[in-house]
Design a protein around this ligand. Structure first.
Ligand SMILES: [Zn+2]
Length: 337
């Protein structure tokens, strides 16, 4: 340790391992208020690689809670959240490599990337997005540290394996199917307006960051859900019983690597597959219709023209694709990065 070591103080923490942090990759899904704060914390602490994903642009209402947007050069309003955050993080912590994806979660981050990450952090603001992230993490058994804020507190949910009960297990079937409205998890009023302020954001983001840092340096937090009441300072652990009807407990089987990546063409992918195999995308895309007919949506990758790049169909890097075989069952093919 030297006097000009920016990590000198945190190296004094018993069990700390700066090298493990420098080698770690953390996915941050959602770069709103929580995502800003978590990304700032992890970058300052020296996490080596952050993968940020958010499809949205900066709005004026973000500025009271988002440290990275407030520190942007020029007016960040209207610019992509991921782009602004990436620029500011580079100034704040140049040793941290930041990969940004201005896309929604499913098209932005491949299942292989979730599987490879040391930790996936959920910083999302709708039930639908949380369930999507939970579902994709469950498919590859990625460790998920998920947060949500309410008016004066919030929740932190840690899910380590698909054997455990999960956030979705705590919801009713109707809630699991609800539409994609911003919904503050911890707001006991049930009001769908996502009330929030920076102090609450900082409280929950600190807990998420501690969970990530602890995990990486070998001091893992327990799985489960903890509710924080910022007004009283009290915390409460929620016992989660696994719901047999919850669908988020079925990891994929063996993943077979292929040479093709998301920048490969449909034809290049097809050349690697057995005859008759049908690779599918996780989200639908539009292909031209037959002569005289309108364009149509499909998830069959081979419906796209052979020279189309997979990324242009919304397929993320290192995605794991379901491939239906001629026998009618599925194999799981992992694209290269
Ligand atoms: Zn569940």
């Amino acid at each position: 340790m030297t006097g000009d070591d920016r990590y000198a103080r945190q190296r004094l923490i018993p069990g700390w391992d700066q090298d493990r942090l420098a080698a770690a990759t953390v996915v941050i899904a959602g770069v709103g208020a929580l995502g800003n704060e978590v990304a700032k914390n992890l970058a300052l602490a020296g996490v080596g690689h952050l993968l940020l994903c958010d499809p949205d642009t900066v709005a004026p209402s973000n500025l009271s809670r988002c440290v990275l947007f407030s520190a942007a050069s020029g007016d960040p309003v209207g610019r992509g959240k991921v782009q602004v955050a990436t620029e500011v993080l580079h100034r704040l912590a140049p040793q941290t490599r930041v990969t940004g994806r201005t896309r929604d979660l499913t098209t932005g981050i491949g299942l292989g990337e979730l599987a490879d990450a040391d930790v996936v952090v959920g910083c999302l603001d709708s039930v639908r997005a949380r369930l999507d992230l939970l579902s994709r993490c469950a498919l590859v058994e990625a460790l998920l540290v998920d947060g949500g804020t309410g008016s004066w507190g919030g929740e932190v949910r840690i899910r380590r394996t698909t054997v455990e009960g999960c956030y979705a297990c705590t919801l009713t079937t109707r809630e699991r199917g609800r539409s994609d409205v911003p919904w503050s998890c911890a707001d006991a009023t049930g009001d769908h307006a996502a009330a929030a302020m920076v102090a609450t954001t900082a409280l929950i983001a600190a807990q998420l960051s501690l969970a990530v840092l602890g995990e990486v340096v070998g001091r893992p937090a327990d799985s489960g859900i903890i509710v924080f009441d910022g007004g009283t300072g009290q915390t409460r652990r929620v016992e989660v019983t696994r719901d047999p009807g919850c669908l988020h407990h079925r990891p994929l089987g063996t993943r077979e690597p292929v040479v093709a990546g998301s920048r490969s063409t449909v034809a290049e992918l097809a050349a690697e597959l057995p005859p008759g195999a049908e690779p599918q995308a996780w989200t639908e895309f539009i292909v031209p219709g037959a002569p005289g007919e309108r364009p149509r949506t499909t998830s069959r990758i081979l419906d796209a023209a052979g020279d189309t790049r997979l990324c242009d169909l919304g397929i993320a890097p290192a995605e794991v694709l379901p491939v239906r075989t001629t026998e009618g069952d599925y194999r799981w093919m992992r694209l290269s990065s």
